[in-house]
Design a protein around this ligand. Structure first.
Ligand code: SF4
Length: 359
């Protein structure tokens, strides 16, 4: 096969898409993971799984997906649910904004679309919370339409196949990627090929050490031919996330812990954590005055300083130091809160940060 560009990149017209698509579909048939959300063509279930899969490992999605679907089996059930209940079912998955948008999207489908999820990517994009990638995933996987979808995984596969070395060309938003995938999905069943591309990116064409020897596409892959998988995609210089420091004030009384609900906007909005106090690097204990604002007249004198918990959000890091107070009597508390028993549920949900803090 001829390569036209100086670095050995293939143009889309030089790649035999028929051959590529057939090889990809055959590989997917033999190697796809057996995942519960792959067994369905229900667009609502595929929507839920795709939103869960953003920023989350597939093994974790697999754990939560069944429970969520059992609780909200249809888009109508989700639309009618209280937000607190949706967040509780999402509890532990993180990035709770996704759950809120999914809920809002379901309400839009129920009220504006008579409960029917549309088949075309264009119509899907009208639903709150559905972006180009999710629209392509629902349209191609549930409705077998050649609607392209490009995320980081797919962009990496296509960039390597085509030998694209410029960071701008490698981006998942690159129009050329979307056009390439749209053409590829017409070769065989879009439902199969869309999932196959995602699966190949996750299992074989991985970021650091792609398993090229097991790849069904290697005979047409530029990066493989030129031994440049280490340079494509170009290594990213990651901006450092800001670090915020907190005390988690864990007040324990008779196996229960005092919890407060986070504000309705911002990180962990509406979720429950022990009271959090901002902390400076030199502070060895939370200040008595700051503690008094949280708990009035608590009997416990000892504040035990425990482990540090590190919690990484998408654009910031929280370093939380645990300060535990034990009391034989439930103290009077200021502000709203609840006594929580470990393992229980509270409407609004317990984020994984709280689970880490409570150990
Ligand atoms: S041959 Fe290697 S670099 Fe090319 S698509 Fe396959 S795994 Fe990725």
């Amino acid at each position: 096969m001829a390569k036209t560009q100086e670095h050995g990149a293939f143009t889309p017209s030089e790649i035999d898409l028929e051959k590529l698509g057939r090889a990809l579909a055959k590989w997917f048939g033999a190697h796809a993971r057996d995942l519960s959300f792959r067994a369905t063509r229900d667009p609502y279930a595929i929507w839920v799984s795709e939103i869960m899969a953003q920023q989350t490992q597939i093994a974790t999605v697999e754990r939560y997906f069944r429970g969520f679907m059992a609780r909200f089996p249809t888009v109508k059930d989700l639309a009618q649910a209280r937000e607190d209940d949706v967040l509780a079912a999402w509890s532990g998955l993180g990035y709770y904004r996704r759950a809120r948008l999914l809920h809002r999207g379901a309400q839009h489908v129920a009220s504006e679309l008579h409960g029917r999820i549309p088949a075309s990517a264009e119509a899907l994009r009208e639903i709150p919370g559905i972006g180009p990638y999710t629209a392509g995933a629902i349209s191609s996987i549930a409705f077998d339409q050649p609607s392209p979808l490009v995320d980081g995984n797919v962009a990496r596969v296509v960039s390597r196949l085509r030998g694209l070395r410029e960071p701008g060309e490698q981006d998942a938003k690159s129009k050329a990627h979307w056009e390439f995938v749209a053409k590829l999905l017409r070769v065989e069943s879009p439902r199969i090929l869309a999932q196959a591309l995602m699966e190949l990116g996750a299992l074989v064409c991985t970021p650091r050490t792609p398993a090229c020897e097991q790849c069904p596409l290697r005979s047409q892959c530029s990066a493989y031919a030129t031994q440049s998988t280490g340079q494509i995609p170009s290594p990213k210089v990651r901006a450092q996330s800001p670090v915020e420091m907190w005390w988690a004030i864990v007040i324990v009384c008779r196996q229960q812990v005092w919890m407060q609900q986070r504000p309705s906007t911002g990180l962990l909005a509406g979720m429950w954590t022990p009271p959090l106090l901002s902390r400076t690097p030199k502070e060895r204990k939370p200040s008595t005055r700051a503690l008094a604002k949280i708990v009035e007249g608590f009997g416990a004198k000892e504040v035990a300083i425990g482990n540090d918990v590190r919690h990484v959000f998408s654009h910031r890091i929280w370093e939380v130091r645990v300060a535990t107070l034990r009391s034989s009597q439930k103290p009077k508390t200021t502000g709203d809160g609840v006594w929580y028993e470990s393992g229980g549920e509270i409407p609004g949900g317990i984020p994984s940060l709280t689970k880490k803090v409570l150990g």
